[in-house]
Ligand binder design. Structure first.
Ligand code: AMP
Ligand code: MG
Length: 342
């Protein structure tokens, strides 16, 4: 597989691969995406194969201009709420779900009557979409279930030999996948938290619901509004355990379990007090930085090779903290030890 260093020529090479039905890893501001021509079902099927992604998990369609929605006839009706959100947050880490047209191949929508659309802000992602002159379906470029990739190296680690190329556009700025909001329900509802926070969405739309699956595990037999939310996800091979407790309790709990196979996924302020291996998300309370570092930290834990158990504090659900909470609780398979109410 080629790693394409960025200039106009390489963007043209990537665009040509995509036009020919190939699959290319591309940088976006959220995480790296595994892109294929969204209007070519056969090309899209290759994404599922490379990732080992269940076919019932739909993909996000990436465009390079709000007007691409109309130009490529992606949705049956653009709701007024979509225009307002686009004005406030596009290009950027927000995905909107709307009623689809028949232009969308069944592989993209996984049998649903809706389609998820995003206009990314990353200049390389925009350049590739424009050069390919087609919308690109692009889920995160990781093996299904493992932490999402935020660098071209992460993509290579998971996808070498399985895809045609990866474009190296540096580390992703946001670090967690886009916020997903459905506009196909009566009240707009957040299905996945990300860089655009619930608070920011409410400022533009007023009433916005947050789907139950954002914070909680689905019960047996319950259907997921966002199919991706039902899978164990974002997980390193090591066992992640979340602790609900204050900083002092966290440090003493982890230090009491000091062992070669133990690691603390912590904040900078904890580093001097911990007597186990550590990987830091950044300064305490700096949720933007925690989001940016989260997946790289989870991948580093696996790269260490000896770590079997990871202890982290249950993240805050404030602002972008909610996106970190949502990913970590899935990485932990919803395992939380409540030290406050033992
Ligand atoms: P990824 O592409 O890996 O970032 O995952 C895309 C996320 O968006 C998954 O959680 C999908 O289930 C969700 N998604 C994509 N399209 C739709 C849709 N039409 N309806 C509901 N959720 C969707
Ligand atoms: Mg993903």
């Amino acid at each position: 597989m080629k790693t394409l260093v960025l200039d106009e020529t390489q963007i043209a090479v990537a665009a040509q691969l995509l036009k020919n039905g190939g699959v290319v890893g591309i940088p976006t501001e959220t995480v790296y995406g595994l892109a294929a021509d969204a209007l070519n079902g056969e090309a899209v099927a290759k994404i599922f194969k490379a990732k080992g992604r269940p076919m019932d998990n739909p993909l996000i369609v990436h465009i390079a201009d709000f007007d691409d929605i109309r130009r490529f006839d992606l949705v049956s009706e653009v709701p007024e709420s979509a225009r307002r959100l686009a004005k406030a947050f596009w290009p950027g880490p927000l995905t909107m779900i709307m009623k689809r047209t028949d232009v969308i191949p069944p592989e993209v929508s996984a049998g649903l009557d809706t389609v998820a659309v995003r206009f990314p802000s990353h200049p390389v992602a925009q350049a590739v979409i424009r050069a390919a002159n087609t919308p690109l379906a692009a889920p995160s470029a990781n093996l299904s279930g493992s932490p999402s990739p935020t660098t071209a190296r992460h993509v290579l680690n998971d996808m070498d030999g399985k895809i045609d190329a990866v474009l190296d556009g540096g580390a992703s700025e946001v670090g967690v996948e886009s916020t997903v909001i459905t506009l196909a329900s009566e009240v707009p509802r957040v299905l996945r938290p990300g860089g655009v926070t619930v608070e920011m969405l409410r400022e533009v739309l007023g009433e916005v619901e947050v789907d139950d699956a954002v914070l909680h595990q689905l019960r047996e037999g319950e259907t997921a509004a966002s199919p991706g939310m039902k899978y164990k996800h974002y997980a390193p091979k090591a066992n992640v355990i979340l602790l609900k407790c204050d900083d002092t309790a966290y440090i003493s709990y982890v230090n009491a379990r000091a062992d070669d196979g133990v690691c603390a996924l912590c904040c900078d302020e904890d580093l001097l007090s911990l007597s186990v291996k550590t990987v830091s998300l950044g300064r305490r309370g700096d949720y933007l930085t925690h989001a940016r570092h989260l997946f790289d930290c989870l991948r580093k834990i696996d790269e260490n090779g000896t770590i079997q158990t990871v202890y982290s504090r249950l993240p805050s659900t404030e602002g972008v903290g909610l996106a970190v909470y949502n990913r970590l609780i899935r990485a932990a398979g919803f395992e939380v030890i409540d030290l406050e109410n033992l």
